[in-house]
Design a protein around this ligand. Structure first.
Ligand SMILES: [Zn+2]
Length: 244
């Protein structure tokens, strides 16, 4: 009697093992696709570049609020969003510092500063460089957030389009991602995008950019744009080759 029960238990044990194994085999093609895609996120490095810093304040609004501080605040918020999603994030600066300090007798500080940012993107082996800036115009009515890309870099363009689509969900007048002539974007070795998060010459937009919850909204849109542009199931695309 005891033996029969044991056999029955053994049979039930085998049956449940078969069920579990069968279920795993059934799920395998799905898991195979999802798990590597998730783990690849951790291998992808995004370089966030809050424009200006230190001696270089960038542009400013009528109240004297500096672009460099807005750029940095938004970049920190983007980093928090991306890190939560398992993306590896490196920043060109984490505080109010310039990347190329003023050196008496050595001109070209601006170019040296940009070169330092480019070198950071290359040494971090970043797939994307996302540079955050604020715009300024003599036309006081001009407003809106625009993502710029280098027209010869299709990966950068795709990223800019993705970010623009998300930004358009939160701005009153939709804008178009645009090709731009920027030294930073034309560099080989990574795919760069410059996001102008608004005009400090526009009083309403400038006031919004001072608010932490608005900065959070902008950061969320940019992070979503980056995440949507990330390669998940496809092979990791290599950064654009050197422009001729
Ligand atoms: Zn700027």
């Amino acid at each position: 009697m005891r033996i029969i029960i044991l056999r029955k238990e053994r049979f039930l044990l085998f049956l449940s093992l078969f069920t579990v194994l069968g279920g795993l085999l059934f799920l395998f093609p799905f898991l195979y696709r999802v798990i590597p895609a998730r783990s690849r996120l951790g291998q992808t490095t995004i370089l966030l570049d809050p424009g200006h810093g230190g001696i270089d304040g960038g542009t400013q609004d009528r109240a004297g609020n500096l672009e460099k501080d807005i750029n940095l605040a938004i970049a920190h918020k983007i980093r928090a969003q991306l890190t939560q999603c398992g993306v590896n994030v490196v920043m060109t600066r984490e505080e109010d510092t310039e990347l190329a300090p003023y050196q008496p007798g050595r001109g070209g500080r601006h170019r040296r500063d940009l070169t330092a940012r480019i070198e950071r993107a290359r040494s971090a082996k970043a797939l994307y460089l996302v540079s955050i800036h604020c715009d300024w115009s003599t036309a006081a009515t001009r407003r809106g957030m625009v993502a710029f890309y280098y027209y010869r870099n299709p990966v950068g363009k795709n990223l800019a389009l993705s970010i623009q689509e998300e930004l358009n969900k939160i701005q009153p007048q939709p804008q178009k991602a645009a090709p731009g002539k920027y030294f930073l974007l034309e560099q080989p070795g990574f795919n760069g995008v410059i996001v102008e998060v608004g005009f400090l010459s526009h009083p309403e937009e400038a006031a919004l950019l001072q608010q932490a919850d608005y900065q959070e909204k902008v950061a969320f849109a940019i992070a979503q744009g980056i995440l949507r542009a990330l390669p998940t199931t496809a092979a990791h695309p290599s950064p654009a080759s050197s422009p001729p």
